[in-house]
Design a protein around this ligand. Structure first.
Ligand code: AMP
Length: 396
């Protein structure tokens, strides 16, 4: 594993310095109004530290997918307003990213001031990690701070390229991700239990392979369990299944056996006659799902067997819901597993994306150790991959 002992904003003198800070302000908006400002609130600790310590802060983020063109539908205007109200200090928004307005606003910052550049993805060069674009961004600052974990698995100009021109350190969010997930992977308290779910096996192959070398137990639920069931020769009805991944699922089952990792599949499923909250449903044993029905959630026997493992655990990582939790009638499995994780007393790490949303919607967010701020990034981290946005940061 690459070094995760990275310098933070506290290890570098920011006073009086121009600091370009990559944040993740990719928040949901409806008609120009922020519907959930969690990501902005989470970023405030780093922003406050920079401001209170006399930095001249230039914030950078993407929002949505403007496809490399200026499109005011994706303007960071609402974000600047929200940071202003959370910080209690005016945060000006530049009209451009590396243009004359951004440069003149950056040049006139005073110690403690904070400004925001327009959406960095208004330039196609951002996602191409174009060196000339990164150099232009860097020309406005003396220090690069990366605190956008959600994009740390991407080598873009503002997430990695900037480090070619500026000393690079992380903010508090990335530091927390590295500390908690890094420790869990390197030196976990045992038993170490991984809970994997979600729609597809194909998205989670890398993480299963990598976790097979680290964990004691893997609990497989959600839609991906049916590809494993199919590999075992069970009847799965019309459940979601990746036919081209059955062989691989079989290999993973055998690898787990060889490595002495307990890999548990669902014992029963709540099945439905259509993919809808109002569908007719019943619970059946996993090996015998009727031809015309699909598995939508784990059943009570599975909940009991998974809970038993979860309550024994000292370290837990969870990625992917146990069923179609967006439909209330099929959210019980995910809810019960969230409850067990919350009550386990283990160090519990929830991957971002859907499992994070599930834990939050179901009301267990404050009872787990850590909810990762990045879905794809946390998966790649758990896979043991080197994340470019972290790799470029200076080692302590
Ligand atoms: P992922 O992004 O891979 O973690 O998958 C999350 C999605 O998996 C959610 O939208 C769930 O509704 C979906 N999902 C979970 N269980 C099932 C299932 N049994 N059948 C179909 N989709 C499922």
């Amino acid at each position: 594993m690459a070094s995760l002992n990275k310098k933070t904003i506290e290890d570098i003198n920011v006073s009086g310095k121009r600091v370009i800070a990559r944040m993740d302000f990719n928040v949901p908006l409806k008609d120009g109004v922020i519907t959930d400002d969690k990501r902005i609130r989470e970023a405030m600790r780093t922003i406050r530290y920079l401001s209170e310590n006399g930095a001249k802060t230039i914030l950078v983020s993407h929002l949505g997918r403007p496809k490399g063109e200026f499109n005011m539908k994706y303007s960071l205007g609402p974000i600047a307003e929200r940071i202003t109200s959370l910080l209690g200090k005016k945060v000006v928004l530049a009209e451009d990213v590396i243009g004359p307005d951004a440069k003149s606003k950056a040049a006139s910052l005073k110690d403690g001031d904070v400004m925001l550049l327009e959406n960095v993805r208004f330039h196609a060069e951002e996602e191409k990690n174009d060196p000339a674009f990164a150099k232009e961004l860097a020309s406005m600052a003396e220090i690069f701070v990366n605190d956008a974990f959600g994009t740390a698995h991407r080598a873009h100009a503002s997430t990695a390229g900037l480090a070619d021109y500026l000393p690079a350190v992380c903010g508090y969010l990335i530091k927390k991700e590295i500390d908690i997930m890094g420790k869990a992977l390197k030196d976990p308290e045992r038993p170490f239990v991984a809970i994997l779910g979600g729609a597809k096996v194909s998205d989670k192959i890398g993480v299963i392979e990598s976790l097979l070398d680290k964990v004691d137990t893997i609990l497989v639920g959600g839609g991906m369990a049916y590809t494993f069931d199919k590999a075992k020769g069970y009847e799965i009805g019309t459940s979601i299944c990746e036919l081209d991944k059955i062989g691989l699922a079989d290999e993973l089952i055998k690898k787990a056996e060889k490595k002495n990792v307990k890999l548990l599949l669902p014992l029963d499923s709540v099945v439905a006659d259509s993919f809808s909250n109002e569908a007719n449903k019943k619970t059946v044993d996993c090996c015998s799902i009727p031809d015309n029905m699909m598995g939508m959630d784990i059943g009570e026997k599975t909940i009991a067997s998974f809970t038993e493992e979860i309550l024994k655990a000292k370290t837990i990582v969870w990625n992917g819901p146990m069923g179609v939790f967006e439909f209330e009638n099929f959210a019980n499995g995910t809810r019960q597993i969230a409850k067990a994780v919350a009550e386990s007393g283990a160090v519990s790490i929830i991957g971002g994306g859907d499992s994070a949303a599930a834990v939050e919607i179901l009301g267990y967010a404050d009872k787990v150790t850590h909810i990762s701020t990045g879905g794809g990034a946390s998966l790649e981290f758990l896979e043991g991959k080197v994340l470019p946005g972290i790799d470029v940061l200076e080692d302590k």
